[in-house]
Ligand binder design. Structure first.
Ligand code: ZN
Ligand code: ZN
Ligand code: ZN
Length: 345
């Protein structure tokens, strides 16, 4: 469903004036200094269109109630969604052993490995999880492959270096096993030879070394892992409807404030005290939860989700459904005309 985004291009209001200690104490009884922008109401036309879209998306919903129902009440309300993102970096190392296929090697004896914190690494994008790895200079060592003694191949373990194995059909007996009363019938699979070419080495008697991939040498080194994680948590403030947080979380709203910084202070001057408490607690939670990671950036925002609670009547059925978010999503808990398979919530 298309949504006219221009309707929501309201100016972002600065709620982010830094609090003093006294203002922190007065959050709840302080009058609203910064009124919220008025949220465009969801119109009856939009409600009917959204409901019809929802019904069309369910093959077992009858369309008649959506066309005929009488809307008896539309109650407009809003929900707040506070989102905190903490973008962190942590570094780790691990030993790597892999086939050596040639090329320059930063051997251990050639220099001193740098401290892993000093190795430059930049995330490809902020607020996106990503893992980068590289070889740490002066940690490499080249050794002969122990598996093949540097030959790159070894005796075929299936045929023990013979290049052939017994025919699995006649088990090497050369005669056809079903012709029990005529022992001179040749096995049709091996034409009476009792053997077949080894399927693993194809008669070569040797197979390539799986450890070194035929290279004969192995390279070992320490790998640096740089892990960038974007930790996202949110809190939904919504009262008075049966819409659960997971539904509201799936839609977008009007962004009314956003801030980005290395570490953020809570939004203590937002007009809704539950949002300010959520901000305080989530910032505290992230500081504790990710204390072992280096915080590169944080950002948080509050968006307002419009909700229309719609009472309706269709024949003798009275019901309630919700239209919410910029996407005009619909939640109809008790649609009056649907088959039994759709009643499972
Ligand atoms: Zn055979
Ligand atoms: Zn073989
Ligand atoms: Zn090998």
């Amino acid at each position: 469903m298309s949504v006219d985004i221009r309707r929501f291009s309201l100016p972002v209001i600065d709620y982010l004036k830094r609090p003093t200690l006294s203002s922190l104490r007065k959050i709840d009884d302080e009058p609203q200094k910064y009124p919220l922008p008025s949220v465009p109401e969801i119109t009856e036309k939009e409600i009917r269109e959204a409901l019809m879209q929802e019904v069309m998306a369910h093959c077992c919903y009858g369309k008649t109630p959506a066309k005929e129902l009488v809307i008896t009440e539309i109650k407009q309300s809003i929900a707040f969604r506070y989102v905190l993102e903490t973008f962190t970096e942590r570094r780790a190392t691990c030993w790597i052993e892999e086939p050596f296929t040639g090329g320059a090697v930063d051997k251990q004896e050639m220099g001193e490995p740098p401290d892993i914190e000093d190795i430059p690494a930049t995330p490809p994008a902020l607020f996106k999880s990503y893992v980068y790895h590289q070889e740490i200079p002066y940690t490499a060592n080249i050794e002969t492959c122990e598996e093949c003694d540097g030959e790159g191949k070894y005796e075929c373990p299936t045929c023990l270096g013979q290049g052939w194995e017994f025919c699995p059909y006649c088990r090497g007996n050369k005669w056809y096993p079903l012709a029990v009363d005529s022992f001179d019938g040749d096995c049709v699979k091996c034409q009476g030879s009792g053997e077949r070419t080894c399927w693993v080495c194809n008669g070569d008697e040797e197979v390539g070394c799986k450890t070194c991939g035929g290279a004969g040498e192995m390279k070992s080194y320490i790998r640096l892992l740089v892990i960038w994680d974007n930790h996202v948590d949110d809190y939904i403030v919504e009262k008075g409807t049966a819409l659960r947080a997971h539904r509201i979380r799936c839609v977008s709203g009007i962004n009314v404030c956003e801030e980005e910084g290395v570490t953020l202070l809570p939004l203590t001057h937002f007009p809704n005290s539950t949002v300010t408490m959520a901000s305080v607690q989530l910032i505290k939670y992230h500081a504790k939860q990710y204390k072992d990671e280096k915080v590169l950036k944080q950002r948080h925002r509050v968006s307002i989700i419009p909700i229309a609670s719609v009472r309706y009547q269709w024949k003798k059925h009275e019901g309630l459904f919700y239209v919410y978010g910029n996407e005009r999503c619909v939640y109809v808990p008790d649609y009056p005309q649907k088959c039994c398979c759709c009643t499972i919530m």
